[in-house]
Structures are given as structure tokens and as C-alpha cells.
Write a protein that binds this ligand. Structure first.
Ligand SMILES: Nc1ncnc2c1ncn2[C@@H]1O[C@H](COP(=O)(O)OP(=O)(O)OP(=O)(O)O)[C@@H](O)[C@H]1O
Ligand code: SF4
Ligand SMILES: [Mg+2]
Length: 340
């Protein structure tokens, strides 16, 4: 039986089906006004769960909908985007039905986000030590002295040289890499249960990127925080992520534990991403198109059909099922790639 025939019982895939997820995104649909009668659907029914402490990578090309998903999880899709359908459950609450005040209390305390361009996140007129400390003071209700002690410790944790002195620095006195470390310190000071890193290091020097991402993953692990790690670079996810989801045109087309995704990618789009990332001959040589696929006419229903080298007629007429190709490994494809 082809994997495409094994239709998953649920699309709400989770790292550990037995445990209650920390965050559970259900059938999330986000639309943007398009100028025409029909709005443009940018997220087309996202289902994704993250377990406590788990690091899930979200990979996709520019415009796939990564930032729209990150912002929607925080309850604020990018304007003028609209939540057309779906739910986001976090620690027993449905985030999308919370009031603005409730969302503010949650953000920074239990849910944090790290975005690129740290300077835009920081107040240019306040010392960075005060900015980090105020996160603890607002959300944890600690004294000013305790908040400053915690802020200093965070500056040590994010490995900023000479942290005592940096407490009194202004953002413009820091390099881009250091400013990003300060933003990470702000994001983690309250020990959030869930951190979203949205392309957090793009724009930084490659070596600094690697150092900061390694630090972010290490700190998230030490704080016991789960993370959604968003990037355009599938290669980076190999270092940090327990599971990886591949987003294409507003749909998760594949999700798998890290090893399965890298060694046995099932969706042709993932394969293309990995081929672009790695020129491993083993990967190139180990996949084949199933017999049934070869016999049919190449061709919708599938978002990827126009770019897929093995597309067939059925691909343009029937939406592929999100099928479990191996335990915990799902792909949305009529003809998932087989590996020898
Ligand atoms: N303000 C807007 N108005 C209309 N459409 C928008 C708007 N912002 C985003 N979109 C649409 O949403 C899609 C997803 O955008 P999003 O910023 O989430 O992508 P992304 O995956 O984060 O890309 P990148 O890697 O470049 O950051 C875009 O292709 C675009 O069509
Ligand atoms: S469903 Fe068809 S077009 Fe889509 S990725 Fe699979 S083979 Fe390609
Ligand atoms: Mg983005």
C-alpha cells in the first residue's frame, strides 16, 4: 500500500501523541484582503502541536507564511490579516479568544518572541539593563533590586562581555550581535514556556548567527522552554530542532523528527530544499518515484504541482492527504518519495 493511501487519522500532529501538548494550533486560517471579492488565504488550515521543552523548526521560503504564523500564535496576525478560522490552545487557554489585556499579560511572561532587527525592539533612550529588568518587574512582580539582579544574570547567560558595564549601555553602543543577545535576554528572563524565534539572526554575520542560535537553543533548554524556530535555512534546523515542519504556500507539507526529515524526506519540495542545502550523493541517489507514479501522467489540488518534477494529473485535481509515511512523519503528497 502506498503511503499516500494511508490517510492520517488526524492532521494535528504532535511530537508525542501520548502527552498533552504545550501549544496546539488547530486548523488556523489567516486571510488578507486582496482588492478583489475573495480575500487571499495566506495560512490554509495549519495544524501543529509542540510539546513542553520541544524545539520545532519551521522552514519555508520567503512569503510561505512563517511570520504570519508566528504573529498569529501571539494573537496578533500582521495587519490587515484576519483570523478566518482556527484555534490556538496554550496552557489550557484559547489564545485567539483572549482580550488584548490578557494577551499582553501572556506575552513576555509565558510566550516570547525573538525577531530580527533587535534595534527596532529596543528603546533607544533606555539603558539595556533597565529594559531587561523591566520585563521581570512587570511580569514577575519582583522588586527593582531583584529585577536588576536577574537582568545582570541574564546578560551573563547570553555571554555579553563585561556585563556589569553593559547594564548601563544604550542600544546604539552595542553591535548588532550584542543587541540580539539583549533581546534574547529580554525574551527569556521570565522563563517563558514557549519561545518563538522568527528568523532571529538574519542580517547578522554568519559566524555570529551560528553563535547566537546555539546560545538561544542552549538557554531555551536550560530554561525548559519549548521553541518554534523559524528560518528560511533548513540547514540550521539540523543543529537545534527535535522536529521540523516544512511550510509551503501557507500549508505544512511535511513534518518529521529531525533525522527522518534529513535522511528520508518524503515531500518533493523538502527534497528540493535539502538538495539546495546539501549535495550529499547518498540523499540524491536514495530516493525514487513509486511505480504507480511513473505510470500515470505527470501533473493539482496540490499547492506544489506547478513546481513539482513528478506532478501528475491527480495532483492537479485532488488535494493530497496528509499521510503518515513512518511513525510521527507526515507528508502531504500523493506520491511521497521512497528511500532505498
Ligand atoms: N500586509 C499584507 N498585505 C497583503 N498580504 C500580505 C501582507 N503581509 C503578508 N502578506 C502575504 O502573506 C504571505 C506570507 O507572508 P509572511 O511575511 O508570513 O512570509 P514569511 O514566510 O515570513 O516570509 P519571509 O521569509 O520573507 O519573512 C506573503 O506571501 C504575502 O502574500
Ligand atoms: S502531490 Fe503531486 S504535485 Fe504535489 S508534491 Fe506530491 S507528487 Fe508533487
Ligand atoms: Mg518572515
Amino acid at each position: 500500500m502506498g503511503a499516500a493511501e494511508v490517510i492520517s487519522k488526524t492532521e494535528n500532529v504532535s511530537g508525542d501523541a501520548g502527552k498533552a501538548p504545550l501549544i496546539d494550533i488547530r486548523n488556523l486560517r489567516i486571510t488578507f484582503p486582496s482588492g478583489g471579492a475573495e480575500p487571499k488565504t495566506v495560512l490554509k488550515g495549519i495544524n501543529l502541536s509542540v510539546q513542553p521543552g520541544e524545539i520545532v523548526g519551521l522552514v519555508g521560503e520567503s512569503g510561505a507564511g512563517k511570520t504570519t504564523l508566528a504573529r498569529s500564535i501571539l494573537g496578533v496576525p500582521p495587519a490587515p490579516g484576519r483570523i478566518a478560522a482556527g484555534e490556538v490552545h496554550f496552557e489550557g487557554r484559547q489564545i485567539l479568544s483572549l482580550s488584548e489585556a490578557e494577551l499582553r499579560r501572556l506575552r513576555g511572561r509565558r510566550l516570547s518572541v525573538v525577531v530580527p532587527n533587535p534595534r527596532a525592539e529596543l528603546n533607544p533612550l533606555r539603558k539595556v539593563g533597565d529594559q531587561i529588568a523591566s520585563m521581570a518587574k512587570i511580569h514577575l512582580n519582583v522588586s527593582r533590586k531583584e529585577a536588576r539582579r536577574m537582568a545582570l544574570q541574564m546578560l551573563r547567560d547570553v555571554q555579553i562581555p563585561d556585563p556589569e558595564r553593559r547594564m548601563d549601555a544604550y542600544p546604539h553602543e552595542l553591535s548588532g550581535g550584542m543587541a540580539q543577545r539583549v533581546v534574547i535576554a529580554m525574551a527569556l528572563i521570565c522563563n517563558p514556556a514557549f519561545v518563538i524565534s522568527d528568523d532571529a539572526t538574519s542580517g547578522l554575520d554568519v559566524t555570529v548567527q551560528a553563535q547566537i542560535l546555539a546560545l538561544l537553543a542552549k538557554l531555551a533548554a536550560e530554561h525548559g522552554s519549548a521553541m518554534l524556530f523559524i528560518t528560511r535555512d533548513v540547514g540550521i534546523t539540523a543543529h537545534f530542532c527535535d522536529r521540523i515542519a516544512v511550510l509551503f504556500s501557507g500549508e505544512i507539507v511535511e513534518i518529521a523528527p529531525r533525522e527522518a526529515l534529513f535522511l528520508e524526506p518524503a515531500h518533493p519540495y523538502t527534497l528540493m530544499l535539502l538538495a539546495a542545502f546539501s549535495h550529499s550523493p547518498k540523499l540524491r541517489d536514495s530516493w525514487s518515484v513509486p511505480e504507480t507514479a511513473r505510470r500515470r501522467e505527470l501533473a493539482a489540488g496540490c499547492q506544489y504541482a506547478d513546481r513539482c518534477p513528478i506532478a501528475q494529473a491527480v495532483c492537479r485535481t485532488h488535494r493530497p492527504p496528509f499521510a503518515e509515511v513512518s511513525p510521527g512523519h507526515f507528508a502531504r503528497c500523493h506520491f511521497p518519495v521512497r528511500h532505498a
